[in-house]
Design a protein around this ligand. Sequence first.
Ligand code: SF4
Length: 217
Amino acid sequence: MFLMQSGSDLQFRIIYKMKLANNPLWKYHKCKKCGLYAFRKNVVIGEGDFPSDILFIGEAPGKSEDLLSRPFIGPSGRIFREGIKRASERTGIVPSYYITNTVGCRPTDEYHGKNREPMKEEIVSCFPRLRETERLVNPKRIVLLGQVAQYYCGSHFPNSLKLLHPSYLLRQGGIECSEFRNFVRELSDLFLEVGGKVVSKPKRMIRRTRKKKRKKS
Ligand code: SF4
């Protein structure tokens, strides 16, 4: 796969690797604390700023994430990022966030195998990494994406917000499904709660301003 990449892709990967090496969680990149190390290509330590307004915790890295050592870049990751983009457009707010998963390594049982859910003992083994991530990110709010993160991490992060996992949204039809619209609404409420960089007027406010202008004319 990497033989096919363009010069700019390669440049991006080199810069990204250098950035990763500056992440204080990089120390986990050779972790062998649980059996998931056996078939992984990379530990996915997460992505974002320290500190950040929001910490998103998903289930586990998939195939694309494992290959490139980046979280949420596969098909369900694209749904997630689209949700973030739309919530920012609705509210005019771009909060800072860090994204990670309950485990740092892709759960699979063979080379070129299928993804599976992480097991309890794997999540427990990886929890010190997650706890350290939370400490470094120091978020105003934690969001648990999907049942696995909610079931195993809910009691550790009692004030967290629980949202559907993007892979579930993908199975329901992606950005066309009503669940995705709810997902964007819930993210919008969260953005208004935590605040962040104000980039534009909220869409609803823009619509109201337009109505007023139409009435006047
Ligand atoms: S899943 Fe976590 S604990 Fe297990 S090997 Fe990967 S980084 Fe280490």
